[in-house]
Write a protein that binds this ligand. Structure first.
Ligand SMILES: NC(=O)c1ccc[n+]([C@@H]2O[C@H](COP(=O)([O-])OP(=O)(O)OC[C@H]3O[C@@H](n4cnc5c(N)ncnc54)[C@H](OP(=O)(O)O)[C@@H]3O)[C@@H](O)[C@H]2O)c1
Length: 202
């Protein structure tokens, strides 16, 4: 597949680039400063004109940008731009805070949720709402790591994935970034979790 990864120089985006290249995909790394990445393209995802030009011709776009204002704005921009350039498949690297500890009760709304992640987790919940509200023009998926911990570590390949708003039952509260990246590439290759949120864990 020809895959554009927006946020490619980031912590998670760079792992997604690595995994996609290891699997033989044609990868376009995108960031505002992507010059250090092999064949990287500099573009601001919030600049509709330039991002449309960069993403045209790809089979799928992975979004892995960060920031309480940037994340929902970037999702809104891609919802608007992608249908017009003939790109249907969008995979958003999401947050785990909007997963539910009980039906209707999100982790991010619990008093114990780490304060330092609150703004990002709320923004990520907003991004998920935007995707769910869009019409049928996009085959989106939203990937949630476990509620709090996405950590550096080994690629074990031993993860499980499931659709829906609940974390994986009995799973560890963490997943490594290389395993999360592998779960994202499985999703693109299998065409799974279309118009759904899914999560990964052990
Ligand atoms: N790290 C975690 O533990 C964790 C846990 C759960 C969920 N997440 C989610 O995963 C996502 C990625 O997190 P991360 O830790 O990998 O972030 P990060 O390391 O800060 O990387 C963000 C990437 O986005 C690019 N970027 C930022 N603004 C951009 C823009 N306007 N246009 C184009 N590219 C832009 C950055 O490069 P430039 O600055 O060069 O543009 C960089 O490549 C976030 O949405 C976060 O909520 C992260």
């Amino acid at each position: 597949m020809k895959i554009a990864i927006v946020g490619a120089s980031g912590h998670i985006g760079s792992a997604v680039v690595r995994e996609a290249r290891d699997r033989g995909h044609e990868v376009t790394p995108v960031a505002r400063d992507a010059s250090s990445l092999g064949n990287g393209v500099d573009a601001d995802v919030l600049d509709r004109g330039s991002i449309a030009g960069v993403l045209t011709g790809h089979d799928a776009v992975v979004l892995a940008v960060k920031g309480p204002e940037t994340v929902p704005a970037a999702v809104r921009t891609l919802i608007d731009v992608l249908p017009g350039i003939g790109v249907r498949r969008l995979l958003v690297v999401g947050g785990g805070g909007s997963l539910e500890q009980a039906p209707g009760r999100r982790f991010v709304d619990s008093p114990n949720f780490p304060k330092e992640y609150l703004a990002e987790a709320r923004a990520q919940g907003e991004a998920l709402d935007l995707l769910r509200a869009q019409g049928g023009a996009l085959d989106w998926s939203y990937a949630s790591p476990p509620p709090v911990h996405l950590v550096d570590g080994e690629r074990t390949g031993a993860y499980r994935v499931k659709a829906g708003d609940a974390p994986i039952s009995g799973a560890d509260t963490r997943i490594t970034i290389p395993d999360f990246a592998a779960a994202l590439l499985d999703t693109l290759e299998e065409g799974s979790f279309v118009r759904e949120r899914f999560t990964a864990g052990y």
